[in-house]
Design a protein around this ligand. Sequence first.
Ligand code: ADP
Length: 633
Amino acid sequence: MKCDPTLYRAAPPSLAVKPRLIRHLFLPPLVILLMIGLGFAGYRVSEHFAVRALAESGERQLELNARAVESEISKYTYLPSLLELESSVSTLLADPSPEHRETVNTYLEGLNRRSRSRAIYIMDTTGRVMATSNWRDFDSYLGEDLSFRAYFQNAVRGQPGRFYGIGSTSGEPGYYLAHGLEEQGKIIGVAVVKVRLETMEERWQRARLEAFVSDENGIIILSSDPARRLKAVRPLSEDTKERLARSLQYYWFPLNELQPLARERLAEGVEKLTFPANTELEAEDTQVSYLSQTRPLSDTPWNFTLLTPLQDLQRQAVNQGILVAVAFALVAFFLIAWNERRKVIATRLAAREALQEANNQLERRIAERTDNLRASNERLKAQIRERRLAEETLRRAQDELVQAGKLAAIGQMSTSIAHELNQPLAALRTLSGNTVRFLERGALDTASANLKTINELIDRMGRITASLRAFARRGDDQGQASLGKAVDAALQLLGTRIETLPLQVHRHFDDVQVRIDQTRLEQILVNLIGNALDAMQAQPLPQLWLEGEASPGKYRLRVRDNGHGIDAEARKHLFEPFFTTKPGEQGLGLGLTLSASLAAATGGQLGVEHPASGGTAFVLSLPAIGPTQNEPS
Ligand code: ADP
């Protein structure tokens, strides 16, 4: 059973290996690159959305805290203007006598205590402090000329004076609110309230809020982180620096710029700022990023900035990025695995289909061949039937022929049979007559001898008829015969003819058992010996040789005579039915044909040899039964 090899032929190696090699070489770096890329994108997107969400919540925080700052500042807005209503103040400004000053000082002291401001003082239009709440203190402003202060300059011009600065006397930072005191439409002096805003810083610190307030110059005046205080949020020009230094607004502080490591503008008033880490607080990070949201404070030129740390958010974004990368890696892994599995399944399916196809082809071929075989089987069966029929017909014909041959032989022999029987009959007649006479004479001995002879004659006649009957009887192809007995029977049957000749019979064979019907063997031998006798009619010294020879499974008997032999033309037709060279009624030409048929029917054969010494030899070969006996007869 062979399958079609083309069904399993793989793709050419050059085509099958190359893409796989490329895939194996480039796929892992590609997956890693995509992993990194997507992880980074995930990080960025997560950060973007988180910053947006933070900005939104920060917006509220910003608003809330800015309002708090505004209310803290505006709390004192009206305090200086209230002093306009105080008559003792205008009196002092009109007449700066020690009594009036003391009155105002005391008044201001009480007012300052109640309002919890840092200091309240009154200046005349030249900028000299006329009365102050801290008149008892050693660093009291009393008598100081503060005309250089911007808040005074604004207030004396009738504008609201708002000023954050570091006190030139105390060196203490404060928020100054100045108001030009008017009397009958004329500025007679300036009232100033100094407020300390540090409470706000403390509040922020307590609330762990990172925030600062920058003034109109961009200088941080209030900050939850003291390190950022008095730093510039934007670069200051040299002129501005000089102007500010001259004004002593920030005392002698260097006003360095607050320089973030990175600054990224996200929206109006929203920035992402990265500062170097405060090593004490954030030991693990080298830098710290903030979302910076700035909003102007109303009634002041100041800005409030809220700083929201982005570490948690960034950590979260990093986690998200890692998650995205891992998710991608998993998806890629599953896709690759799925693809590989799909390919394996496809290959298996293809192989199964190929196998199925090969199987189908095989089955088709088997079916075709089975059909052919069935057809040829049918043909063979038909032929066998025909042959059996022919064989049957042949056997029947053969049987008929055998029977016909026998009858012919009987017919042929009838003259000699008649002669053979007439002779004893005549002898019987004479003997019986003589016996009667001998009995009458009382010659009983002679009569008894005659009767014995009569008996012998009758026995002989019985034997003749018995062998004729046996010869005429139908036999079968099977059976077992004794060669010795068959030869004896044949010689006996031909006895009358043999007696007429001075025949010498040479018997050199074993009395073996051969596979043939006894009668048929006798019939064959009668034919062969009869023919030999015919051929030796003219031979003065006729000799008959009966020579046996054993071969594996067979026994051969050669019946040789020294007769006239057979001429070349006759040799060709020897075994043809009705071929005879014998004149008149002597020959029917059936003997050899029948003998050969009988031998063949039992699995043996009959052949002819023409010895160089003359005469003819017929060789009868028959299947032997058992071991041959060495019994020369
Ligand atoms: P038939 O004896 O009736 O002629 P056979 O078939 O027995 O028929 O023999 C055919 C012929 O073969 C004989 O006519 C004879 O010419 C020849 N023949 C057979 N046996 C011998 C023999 N032993 N010697 C010479 N001729 C033979």
